[in-house]
Ligand binder design. Structure first.
Ligand SMILES: [Zn+2]
Length: 155
């Protein structure tokens, strides 16, 4: 991968970090942004599980729903890239496969619940007919610091 691609992925994660800052103070600050094939931002969201009282209101699911609404052409998000500050869980990994997201870029690894390499690898399971390309650990320390700051305040 060229240094230009590395910088481009960092820009995507910076957008996701900015989305995370919009989380309700009660919610774990995870942010997700969906970009179209030309790199244009389609939609962004922060985790809103507490704010919405919805167990499925993870940043990735909310951003995918919003992106599909913006595209307005059915549920497929082919050619898109999803950037998220934290390794997706099983639900979100499943959702991005169902949405046909082309590429996933994420920041911090989540060894307790991660489903894109840590505990499972839902996104690149060879039995699936759609498998997204993945790059994890982009701006990992910035993403982890955002979460650490939140959990320090919780204690
Ligand atoms: Zn999730």
């Amino acid at each position: 991968m060229s240094s230009r691609d590395v910088r481009a992925d960092e820009e995507l994660i910076r957008a996701a970090l900015s989305a995370a800052r919009d989380a309700d103070p009660r919610d774990v600050p995870v942010g997700a942004v969906v970009f179209d094939a030309s790199g244009r931002e389609l939609a962004r969201a922060a985790n809103a599980r507490e704010a919405l009282g919805d167990p499925t209101a993870h940043a990735e699911v909310l951003a995918l729903r919003a992106a599909a609404a913006v595209v307005g052409d059915g549920w497929r998000l082919e050619g898109t890239t999803l950037a998220v500050t934290l390794e997706p869980c099983t639900m979100c990994a499943g959702a991005l496969v169902l949405a046909r997201v082309r590429r996933l870029v994420f920041g911090a690894w989540e060894p307790k619940t991660g489903a894109v390499g840590s505990l499972w690898d839902v996104v690149r399971d060879r039995r699936l007919n759609h498998r997204a390309e993945v790059r994890g650990g982009v701006l990992e320390s910035d993403c982890a610091a955002t979460l650490d700051a939140f959990f320090r305040k919780q204690r």
